[in-house]
Design a protein around this ligand. Structure first.
Ligand code: BGC
Length: 607
């Protein structure tokens, strides 16, 4: 591909030189859109004037990498490619990602207009699809830390790792306000009230940097607009049944903040508001988001979400027209992208979608491509490839872990533990498992138990911190006896992501955890429970038998940060970003609703 592009350029150059001899004035002008010194609006208009309807529809189409290889994407003039959760090149290394990305750009820029692609990923807690990347705590932990500068720094580190693999666009931060902990995406939320999600919209500054075309900057996405965390029953992709005043009071403020911070894209929620799918919600997108809030970037659909507008399987021309007319600028149609382009073309030709809407969508998308500097620098900035999983980024992640641990109980000051003397017992299915402590959206979409990527498990962190102590580990608690000075049980949830993480019934510990805990409790030594989970758990009935409780959330690859708190290298500072239920039947339970929680919103002990 590189070869043929160079050949084309050489041939054009020779022809121009030849023409120059005869008519010097004709040769001079390169198109305005190629002139990096021209104002971006002029470049956009110039490019738009050269584009066919097919080119414009292509810009509005985003396919999954597995469904469009570089040549196919280029010949169909696709504007964007994504990697869905877990969709990675083989081998899954930073270099292979960069090579793959460059292939796409080589093909795209070799087309007649040479419009570069924009490539998007879900780097929602670090560049989490890439093996060896730094995995930061999920948002619920950052909400507990509630340190906007820390969140910005993590955004910056994540942007560097993303840039090192070529990618230009992150489908993050999730600015959802999770109201019902039954929702499987609760951990993607910075908190249950608008304050913490709004405060931590600083992630956008970190991701987008000082300028979109500055080294190591990527486009950010505020998602999922709007009300995704407010569905009845915490049902993922469900229906948010609240009046407009409450929608504006609870769910809108983080998006307003994101726009103030110049977020480049907004992703629409799968959910409905009072029965109407957001993807068909012209009022909320055209009037509120683009009109009232003045959002100037582009609006992206969620994955296959236009298909859900009419509730029937398979999207129709009507759904396509509805989505575009409702204000969506780019559609994530991972596999059926060809059908989408054909249907949209038909809807433009029959007048159902006005050409002005197509042009507006293109202006918004192309403006971001120009701002990102993609026309000048379409290829991976390899100076950042070595930052993927770097010691500096892992140190930042460890700092975030220690700042996100919420101490909920500490009877008789059992914590912090001494680093020397006596013996410590560690148990529980989440003590020695990188996959479990990282949660969903890690290497694969739903996440997975086991050594899925390099990192430090919580057990390893404990061993490293307590070098002067004998540490015994048994996952199931076998072998515990009264000779230990304390027992640490690292229990909780195993990985899940959207959909599969919904908990319409129980929200407690599983049988394995309960059996493990019972062994420790029966031994008579002080029990320190550490919960690794994407939400508060229904544990009130067990709490009296534990001397300490530390909510660890989903810390990611740097488990040493948990040990930093257990052994007092960090005095706990985090507080609950979600009200902690007394029992699951209280859900939804939120600050100020009059229900009696086990621990209130904002609670957190210190030493
Ligand atoms: C999720 C989004 C994500 C998209 C692309 C969807 O299923 O809802 O949060 O950005 O997939 O992977």
């Amino acid at each position: 591909m590189a070869f043929s592009r160079r050949m084309r350029v050489a041939a054009i150059g020779a022809a121009l030189a030849c023409t120059a001899l005869i008519t010097p004035t004709v040769a001079a002008a390169a198109p305005t859109y190629r002139d990096a010194s021209a104002p971006i609006p002029d470049r956009v208009e110039d490019l738009l004037s050269r584009m066919s309807l097919q080119d414009k529809i292509g810009q509005m189409t985003q396919a999954e990498r597995a469904a469009a290889d570089p040549q196919t994407a280029a010949s169909a003039s696709l504007g964007s490619i994504l990697s869905g959760g877990g969709s990675a090149p083989e081998p899954n290394t930073a270099e292979a990602w960069a090579d793959m990305y460059d292939e796409y750009q080589r093909a795209a820029t070799a087309t007649p207009l040479g419009i570069p692609l924009i490539y998007g990923v879900d780097a929602v807690h670090g560049h989490n699809n890439v093996h060896g990347a730094t995995i930061f705590p999920h948002n619920i932990g950052l909400g507990a830390a509630n340190d906007p500068q820390l969140t910005e720094d993590i955004g910056r580190a994540t942007a560097e790792e993303i840039s090192g693999t070529g990618i230009d666009w992150d489908f993050a931060p999730c600015l959802c306000v999770a109201r019902n902990d039954r929702w499987g995406r609760t951990y993607e939320s910075f908190g249950e009230t608008p304050e913490r999600p709004t405060a931590n919209a600083t992630a956008i500054d970190g991701l987008q940097g000082e300028a979109l075309n500055a080294p190591g900057s990527v486009l950010a996405t505020a998602k999922h607009y709007v009300g995704d965390g407010g569905t009845t029953g915490g049902d993922d992709q469900g229906n948010t049944e609240i009046d407009e005043q409450e929608l504006r009071r609870i769910h809108l403020p983080p998006f307003q903040e994101a726009i103030n911070r110049g977020v480049g894209s907004v992703m629409i929620s799968y959910s409905s508001w009072n029965g109407l799918k957001l993807h068909a919600h012209s009022y909320l997108i055209n009037d509120v988001l683009k009109g009232e809030l003045g959002f100037q970037g582009f609006v992206i659909s969620d994955y296959d979400a236009i298909d859900q507008i009419d509730g029937q399987l398979g999207f129709t021309a009507e759904e396509v027209a509805t989505a575009i007319n409702s204000g969506l600028d780019m559609i994530m149609v991972p596999n059926d992208w060809r059908k989408f382009t054909e249907l949209l073309r038909g809807e433009v030709e029959n007048g159902h979608v006005p050409m002005s809407r197509i042009d507006d969508a293109n202006r918004r998308i192309l403006t971001k491509k120009f701002e990102l500097g993609l026309f000048e620098n379409p290829y991976t900035d390899r100076q950042f490839t070595g930052t993927v999983g770097s010691p500096e980024h892992r140190a930042l992640a460890r700092d975030a872990v220690r700042k996100s641990q919420v101490l909920l109980k500490n009877e008789g000051g059992v914590l912090p533990l001494a680093k020397d003397g006596g013996k410590l017992f560690v148990a529980g299915k989440n003590a020695d498992d990188i996959g479990n402590q990282s949660g969903g959206w890690t290497i694969s979409w739903q996440g997975e138990s086991g050594p899925i990527t390099p990192g430090t498990t919580i057990l390893q962190g404990i061993r490293d911190a307590a070098k002067g102590t004998e540490v015994t580990y048994d996952r199931y608690g076998q072998g515990i006896d009264s000779s230990y000075r304390a027992a640490i049980a690292v229990v909780g949830e195993t990985p899940y992501a959207e959909g599969q993480g919904d908990r319409p019934s129980g929200m407690g510990l599983d049988q394995e955890d309960l059996a493990t805990l019972k062994k420790l409790e029966d031994s008579g030594v002080p029990v320190i429970a550490v919960t690794v989970s994407g939400r508060p758990l229904d544990i009130a009935e067990h709490l009296p038998r534990w001397d300490a409780l530390l909510a660890s959330w989903l810390p990611g690859t740097e488990g040493a940060g948990v040990a930093d708190v257990l052994f007092g290298d960090h005095n706990p500072t985090a507080t609950l970003p979600m009200t902690w239920m007394t029992s699951a039947d209280q859900q939804p339970i939120n600050d100020g609703d009059g229900q009696k929680p086990l621990f209130p919103y904002g609670f957190g002990l210190t030493y």
